[in-house]
Design a protein around this ligand. Structure first.
Ligand code: PGA
Length: 259
């Protein structure tokens, strides 16, 4: 059984006081959540330390990005070792907003995934097609390429630690999520590619999330799907109650699924 995972990506939102309030409310709302689910919050870099200080041990800290070197003259960048040192266990790699606005390439993302694993961070590798690619029926081809290149230096003994997130670009922040059935089919395809790239044990073990306009209304449709192991939540993770309900619902449905 794969452990479900809910990740909140706060992106470039909130001021210091709002971030402090949010983490305190999440902490209160999830005080009794059991260990059958993993919960991760990814605040902006500058709040990592403050959030870590407020986090109970059962909620994990993640960063939204990382650089591909351990240290050196890279003005403005943050290294995986620094993230680990400040309390991070997870790091998002290759989010489509970075691929688009910062022109991150699959090669850059592959280096980030590789060094994160080396430094003991769990990379959450984001994959997904744009609307144009989808309209041209290129979804599977694009994802296959992102997977092959993003994981190119990851050996079989390490890949089980990686989390994948299928996030169609057209669904992110649009209020128009994909449908559960549709995502399930793509996630199944991602598992097949992983099976080919590695082996069938890895295919069954690797955790794959869905992300893109997930909220309290749509969560059910995704977590009921057999192939989907959790969600990466943007906008709805900024509202404590919504995030808490998404976590609780994911746990409830995962337990039902495993019966
Ligand atoms: P969204 O963002 O939930 O606001 O669509 C998801 C993401 O970008 O990870």
């Amino acid at each position: 059984m794969r452990k479900p995972l809910v990740v909140g990506n706060w992106k470039m939102n909130l001021d210091l006081e709002e971030a402090r309030r949010l983490i305190l409310d999440i902490r209160l709302g999830l005080v009794n959540i059991d260990e059958d689910i993993e919960v991760v919050v990814c605040p902006p870099f500058i709040y990592l330390s403050m959030v870590n200080y407020q986090l109970p041990s059962h909620i994990k800290l993640g960063a939204q990005d990382v650089f591909w070197e351990i240290k050196g003259a890279y003005t403005g960048e943050i290294s995986p070792r620094q993230l680990k040192d400040i309390g991070c266990d997870y790091v998002i790699c290759g989010h489509s907003e970075r691929r688009i606005h910062l022109k991150e390439t699959n090669e850059m993302i592959a280096s980030k995934v590789q060094i994160s694993l080396k430094e003991g961070l769990t990379p959450i590798l984001c994959l997904g097609e744009t609307k144009e690619e989808r309209d041209k029926e290129l979804t599977k081809k694009v994802i296959e390429g992102q997977l092959e290149m993003g994981l190119k230096d990851v050996k079989i003994d390490e890949v089980k630690k990686v989390v994948l997130a299928y996030e169609p670009v057209w669904a992110i922040g649009s209020g128009l999520p994909a449908t559960g059935d549709n995502v399930n089919e793509i996630v199944k395809f991602i598992r097949e590619v992983i099976g080919k790239q590695y082996d069938s044990l890895t295919k069954d073990k690797i955790r794959i999330l869905y992300g893109g306009s997930v909220d309290v209304k749509t969560i059910d449709d995704f977590v009921r799907q057999p192939e989907i192991d959790g969600v990466l939540v943007g906008g709805a993770s900024l509202k404590a109650n919504d995030f808490i309900n998404i976590v609780k619902h994911t746990l409830k449905i995962t337990k039902e699924k495993s019966k």
